[in-house]
Design a protein around this ligand. Structure first.
Ligand code: MG
Length: 281
């Protein structure tokens, strides 16, 4: 018969073994997520990032009166027909344009889990802060009688929480018609062309604001190889800073997809290798 001491030793050893097995099973591999750490820290804590956003919105604000006065002014490639007498609108993307989700990115690094893990939960919290500069820009535009539309690729499941988040920040949000156009709502795909066209039917679109190329042009045109994609900045050089306003997002986006030929690899090893191969020394 085992002594009490032996029993205690056995129990202690099994607890230790269980702990060891458990911790080795749940050891977090953050190696992929950690590659975004500096870009997340840049967006979360640098004055440089905040200043750049404020600068972009201040530039847009200064051009509002010109946009209002010039009845032939439109920022949307989808705008057609007679639009000079239509009421005015501005279209903004939501994520990293109006709402700052850097906290979600920080969580992803710490948890070692990538989007979409935890994304819906984060969205439902409805606690995102405003991107620097957006509040005064939208207040200014709204005061001038311009309708504000939010065109986002957040899924329809997040519509109510997104509305709550935007309203809680005191940003303009009209209720007389749907001004928050989600992905998967009314058959809308992630291509924002059809939603911009819908707004253009009733409004003269003065400005587009976003953090992704597809907030301005079609998914089809944007989903090209990495070099052709880069050239699109030049193709539309007349629009940037005048009718189109791009916020900086170094953390994620279709620009990253272009590195993989617009097809995300299945494994993190492939992702890291393709990133390395894309560097131009
Ligand atoms: Mg965005």
């Amino acid at each position: 018969m085992k002594s009490l001491n032996q029993l205690h030793l056995c129990a202690a050893l099994s607890i230790l073994m269980a702990h060891y097995i458990n911790s080795s099973e749940t050891a977090i591999d953050r190696s992929l997520q950690e590659q975004t750490m500096l870009s997340v820290l840049y967006a979360q804590s640098s004055t440089e990032y905040a200043a750049n956003s404020i600068q972009t919105y201040a530039n847009a604000s200064m051009l509002l009166d010109d946009a209002i006065a010039d009845k032939n002014w439109s920022a949307a490639l989808e705008q057609s027909g007679e639009y000079s007498s239509k009421p005015m609108a501005i279209i903004l993307d939501v994520d990293e344009t109006v709402l700052d989700n850097v906290a979600f990115q920080a969580r992803s690094i710490l948890s070692g889990l990538s989007y979409p893990n935890g994304w819906i939960e984060w969205g439902l919290e409805a606690t995102a802060k405003p991107v620097p500069g957006v509040s005064s820009f939208l207040e200014n535009a709204s005061d001038k009688g311009i309708k504000i539309f939010y065109v986002t690729n957040r899924v329809a499941e997040l519509e109510e929480a997104t509305r709550t988040n935007i309203k809680n920040l005191g940003l303009p949000f009209d209720d007389d018609r749907d001004v928050l156009l989600m992905r998967d709502e009314n058959g809308w795909t992630s291509d924002k062309v059809s939603r911009r066209a819908l707004v253009a039917e009733d409004y003269r679109i003065l400005m587009l604001v976003g953090d992704q190329l597809t907030d301005f042009i079609s998914l089809e045109e944007a989903a090209t190889d990495i070099n052709t994609r880069r050239d699109l900045a030049e193709k539309y050089s007349d629009m940037w800073g005048k009718k189109w306003f791009m916020l900086t997002n170094p953390m994620y986006g279709k620009w990253e997809g272009a590195i993989y030929g617009n097809k995300y690899p299945d494994t993190k090893e492939e992702i890291m290798e393709m990133r390395l191969n894309a560097l131009k020394p």
